[in-house]
Ligand binder design. Structure first.
Ligand SMILES: C[S@@+](CC[C@H](N)C(=O)[O-])C[C@H]1O[C@@H](n2cnc3c(N)ncnc32)[C@H](O)[C@@H]1O
Length: 462
C-alpha cells in the first residue's frame, strides 16, 4: 500500500502510526461468519464478558446477523454491557463547543488546538496521548483553517466529522478486524461526506486508492452502526458519536423487546424491555419509539436504507395510539385522519369519522405545519408558555394523539425534571404529571414494556 504521508513526522506514541501502516491492519474479513464476529465481540467485551451470556450472535431472518436469547430472559433483566470501541464528536450544530477528548465546555476564544491541527481541544488535552496521533494526522493533511486566529477561529464541522473515522485507523489489530466485520451500507452521501472533509485540507491523501477505500468503508460502518450517546461533563451534556459493536448488531424493531441507554457516552447498557423467549431475536429501535409510522419509516429509509416490516408498521392505528393522526379537513368534521396503506411513504389518508379520503401531499402539509409550529415554540418558549401553548392552542390544529404534540409534552417533562431547576407552581406540576401519565399510557398501548423512555420519565435512569 502506498504511503499517503511522504514525510510523516515521527509519531510520539507507540509504534508506527502512519495511515499506511495502520491500514495494513485492515484485514479483508468482510464476509465474517456470525461465529467469527462473536469471537471478535468476545475479545472486545474484555472484563464485561459474562460467564454464561444470555445472548448469542446468529444469522437473522430480519437482516444479516442479529443477537438472540440463549435462554428465557425476563423483562428488566440485564442482557449485556459494553464499552465504546471508539467515540468522537457528532459534529452537529450545537455540539461544537466541547473538547473532543474530555468533552468539557471550551472557552469562547482560543479553543482550537495550540498545535494547529484545528480540532477543538482544551489546554490540558492538547498534549495528551489520546489526542497526539490524530493531531499529527490532521497537521500532516494541512488544514485550510490552520492560520485562523482570534475572531476568525471557528470549528469546522466537516473536518470534525471525519475525526471518528481517523480514530478507527488508530485502533489495535483485533479492534480493526471487528470494525471491518461490521456492516457498512454503501451510500453515495457517505462519499460526499469524505469529499467535503477532504476539501478542508491541502494535503488530504485523495489519490491513495487503498486508503480512500478503507476510509469509505469506515465511514460506512460508522454511519450504519454508530450511536449518539449523551455524555454529561461539568454540568453540561454533549452528544458523542460512539461505535458499540454488540449493541449495533441488534436489528431494529419499532417497538423492540430490549432497551439500550448509555452511561456517560462510553458504556452501553442493554436490558430486556419485555420477556424474551429462548431463541428469540433481541431487538432494539433505531428511531424514537413515539414517532408515528410514517416518520419512523422515512427516517429508516433515509438513514439506514431499509423499510421496516415489523407488526407495528403494518397497523395504521399503531395499537390504537393514533400517533400519526391529523384532523379531518372536511368542513364540519373534526374526526381523526390516518394513513390508509401501511409501509408506503406516500399513503392516502382517510377520516375515521366521515371516511373522506385525502391525498398524502395535502396531509403532509398539515403535518409539516404542526411540526414546525410546535418545534418553533419548543425552541423559544419558557416552560410556562409551553404549557399554555400545549393546553390552549395546539388542540385547535393538532389532535392530542399526534406524536409531535406528544414530543412537546415530553419536552416539558424533560425541562421541568432535568434542566430548568426553577420552582414550579402546583398547577404546573399537575400539568407535567398529566403529560407523564399520557406518555406512559401510550407506551403501555404500544407494548413497549420497560423501555428506556419509560425509565427516563419515571426517573429510573438519569
Ligand atoms: C447496525 S446494522 C444491524 C446489524 C446487521 N444486521 C449486521 O449483520 O451487521 C443496521 C443494518 O441492519 C439492517 N437492518 C436492521 N434492522 C432491520 C430491519 N428491521 N429490517 C431490515 N433491515 C434491518 C439494515 O441494513 C440496517 O442498515
Amino acid at each position: 500500500m502506498s504511503n499517503p504521508d511522504p514525510d510523516p513526522p515521527s509519531p510520539r506514541g507507540a509504534g508506527d502510526t502512519t495511515l499506511a501502516a495502520l491500514g495494513a491492519h485492515m484485514a479483508p474479513c468482510r464476509n465474517t461468519t456470525p461465529e467469527q464476529l462473536a469471537q471478535l465481540i468476545d475479545a472486545h467485551l474484555g472484563d464485561l464478558r459474562q460467564e454464561q451470556p444470555n445472548w448469542t450472535i446468529s444469522s437473522s431472518k430480519v437482516a444479516g446477523r442479529g443477537v438472540f436469547a440463549t435462554r428465557d430472559i425476563a423483562a428488566g433483566e440485564l442482557i449485556f454491557q459494553e464499552r465504546a470501541l471508539v467515540t468522537g464528536p457528532t459534529a452537529r450544530k450545537g455540539q461544537l463547543s466541547s473538547c473532543i477528548c474530555c468533552h468539557e465546555t471550551l472557552p469562547q476564544k482560543g479553543f482550537l488546538c495550540r498545535h494547529r491541527c484545528t480540532l477543538p481541544v482544551c489546554e490540558s488535552c492538547a498534549d495528551s496521548e489520546e489526542h497526539q496521533a490524530e493531531c499529527e494526522h490532521f497537521r500532516r493533511w494541512q488544514p485550510m483553517d490552520a492560520d485562523a486566529e482570534g475572531e476568525q477561529e471557528q470549528v469546522n464541522p466537516l473536518s470534525l466529522r471525519i475525526l471518528t473515522a481517523v480514530r478507527v485507523f488508530h485502533l489495535g489489530k483485533e479492534q480493526r478486524h471487528l470494525v471491518d466485520a461490521m456492516q457498512a451500507n454503501a451510500e453515495r452521501a457517505y462519499r460526499r461526506e469524505i469529499i467535503k472533509a477532504a476539501q478542508c485540507f491541502r494535503n488530504f491523501p485523495t489519490t491513495d486508492r487503498v486508503f480512500m477505500d478503507q476510509l469509505f468503508r469506515i465511514v460506512g460502518v460508522l454511519n450504519t452502526n454508530a450511536f449518539e450517546a449523551p455524555c454529561r461533563t461539568g454540568g453540561h451534556e454533549t452528544l458523542l458519536r460512539g461505535l458499540f459493536p454488540l449493541t449495533a448488531i441488534m436489528n431494529h424493531e419499532c417497538t423492540p423487546n430490549a432497551s439500550h441507554y448509555f452511561e456517560n457516552g462510553r458504556l452501553a447498557v442493554v436490558r430486556a424491555a419485555r420477556d424474551i423467549p429462548r431463541g428469540g431475536e433481541i431487538t432494539t429501535t433505531y428511531t424514537k419509539i413515539l414517532w408515528g409510522n410514517l416518520t419512523r419509516n422515512i427516517f429508516l429509509k433515509m438513514t439506514k436504507h431499509f423499510a421496516c416490516d415489523c407488526a407495528r408498521c403494518h397497523d395504521n392505528t399503531e395499537n390504537g395510539t393514533y400517533l400519526s393522526a391529523l384532523f379531518c379537513r372536511e368542513q364540519g368534521c373534526r374526526g381523526l385522519v390516518i394513513p390508509v396503506q401501511t409501509r408506503t411513504l406516500q399513503p392516502d389518508w382517510r377520516c375515521i369519522t366521515c371516511e373522506n379520503v385525502f391525498p398524502h401531499a395535502k396531509m403532509a402539509k398539515y403535518q409539516d405545519f404542526a411540526l414546525n409550529t410546535i418545534n418553533n415554540r419548543i425552541n423559544s418558549c419558557s416552560v410556562q408558555d409551553m404549557i399554555h401553548f400545549i393546553n390552549e392552542l395546539c388542540p385547535r390544529f393538532c389532535p392530542s394523539s399526534n406524536y409531535v404534540l406528544i414530543e412537546a409534552k415530553l419536552n416539558v417533562i424533560w425541562r421541568m425534571t432535568r434542566f430548568d431547576r426553577e420552582e414550579y407552581s402546583p398547577e404546573e406540576m399537575g400539568h407535567m404529571d398529566r403529560y407523564r401519565e399520557e406518555v406512559l399510557a401510550i407506551l403501555h398501548k404500544l407494548g413497549a414494556g420497560e423501555c428506556t423512555l419509560k425509565k427516563l420519565i419515571t426517573g429510573e435512569i438519569q
